[in-house]
Write a protein that binds this ligand. Structure first.
Ligand code: L34
Length: 250
């Protein structure tokens, strides 16, 4: 795990990842670098980790400080060690539908849906948000499970009209409590990927839980929903990476 700078949220997430590794008996090391780290220095560290045979997975916690180009760093990670599945090779594999690593947050959402016994095939799935980390891969994963997928974003006209049609609604916009109960279809399954810290330190999702709860058949809370699943899926990818890198088997 590589963390650059002192973003408090990133610190919490990386600590949780370290703890999960320890609990499972996965060896982990943390490389905490100062905010003044240059792109060149970070690239050098990634290269070193690429070449270390006892390291199966590399995770560079995002966001990175502004002076570092995230794309360059992601491109430098060996795709076989890319447990986030952010490298374009792994992104491409997801698009094609033949992949080793699934990005952790969308994978966690899929696991939640599957474990709840919800069948995705033929359902109206609406993803609100189109980030490379969540929205786009989420849409692909739902499509692979034969959902009818709509991706909404900041330029979408009449968002409510779209969300109201969703049997499965994934909110990944990053706007606190933006999706309210009146925007949700009766009986829908709602997955809240949002992780917004309000001024009073309260952590809320992208869904207004109190109004949504009255309408849905199932909904994930924040905290205690998608966040811990993200970490669980990272562990799954890491074990997979260890097997692939040591044996060449899948
Ligand atoms: N490289 N960067 C990389 N990989 C990732 O997979 C992430 N992400 C996102 C941010 N940057 C990343 C995470 O790890 C978001 N994320 C993440 C992971 C865990 C949790 C939230 C976001 C989590 O455990 N959330 C807790 C609450 C923690 C708190 O109190 O702040 C929850 O119960 O939702």
């Amino acid at each position: 795990m590589v963390i650059v700078g002192d973003d408090p949220a990133s610190r919490i997430y990386v600590n949780s990842k370290k703890k999960a590794c320890a609990e499972l008996g996965i060896y982990s090391e943390e490389h905490a670098l100062p905010v003044s780290t240059t792109e060149e220095e970070l690239l050098k560290l990634v290269e070193e980790l690429n070449n270390k045979s006892d390291i199966s997975g590399i995770l560079v916690q995002l966001p990175l400080p502004e002076h570092i180009n995230e794309e360059n760093i992601i491109l430098a990670i060996d795709p076989k060690k890319d447990v986030d599945a952010f490298h374009p090779v792994n992104v491409g594999k997801i698009m094609v539908g033949n992949y080793d690593f699934v990005p952790c947050t969308p994978a966690g959402v899929m696991e939640l849906i599957a474990e709840s016994g919800v069948d995705i095939a033929g359902k109206e799935c609406v993803v609100v948000g189109r980030s490379n980390i969540v929205g786009k891969p989420q849409a692909m994963l739902l499509l692979h499970k034969n959902g009818t997928v709509t991706v909404c974003h900041s330029k979408t006209k009449d968002l409510k009209e779209k969300t109201k049609k969703a049997d499965i609604l994934v909110a990944a916009v990053g706007v606190p409590e933006m999706i309210t109960g009146d925007m949700i279809k009766e009986g829908a399954v709602v997955i809240d990927v949002g992780m917004n810290r309000l001024a009073d330190k309260k952590l809320v999702g992208d869904v207004h839980f109190e109004s949504a709860e009255k309408v849905v058949s199932a909904i994930t809370p924040v905290p205690g929903g998608v966040g811990p699943m993200t970490i669980a899926m990272l562990m799954k990818n890491t074990v997979k990476a260890a097997v692939i890198n040591r044996t060449g088997l899948k």
